[in-house]
Design a protein around this ligand. Sequence first.
Ligand code: TMP
Length: 220
Amino acid sequence: MRVRDCVLPSRPMPGLLVTLEGIDRSGKTTQSRLLCEALGDVAVAVREPGGTVVGERVRELLKDPAAEIGAEAEALLFAAARAELTARVIRPALEEGRVVVSDRFLDSSLAYQGSARGLGIDEVARINRWATADLMPDLTVLLELDPDAAAGRGGEEDRFEAEGAALQRQVLAGYRELAAAEPARWARIDADRPREQVHADVLRAVREVMAVAGEPAGAA
Ligand code: TMP
């Protein structure tokens, strides 16, 4: 299956870019997987940072609790990983008409570095526009979960989670600001529910965007 020319004006290219966003432990990785399974062969799964040789090495560095990294360097490292992933994986897949499902994309940088780290959403958006040659998602799903509920989900902490709930609260506030500024691109979904219910809402939002693009929406 192939998604024909997307009618949205920001990117006159076939294919669709769907991004999943949220604070740490909001369930993005599980929901990305369930979404790709439901969409079938048309889907291409990617994660950020990662998905290329450079991106995976940058990911290790950025997640290492022992690494001291200034906010500006952090933003540039995420943008570098994103530039590689966009040029080498995402754009070629979109040109083939695929639905790219990205576990995080530029809105993570806007919420974490721009908002929570205080670098400024506009500044971080500017370096990312350059890094991705203006590629924007067709749909961004925000999995909304209270930071305390997220922390209660357990697991090993990376460098960002180790900074505690205050950072996660700022990140969530940043995401909500971004979603409010661009409601047509964002679908806000309550992630504090069983994963099947969350998945049903994610899939519905994706199928609505696929219907606008004029194609049947997936295998399931
Ligand atoms: P995750 O893939 O396990 O969610 O880990 C990535 C971590 O990096 C997570 O804490 C969010 C953070 N992050 C940023 O701060 N900025 C970014 O642009 C991206 C992609 C991730």
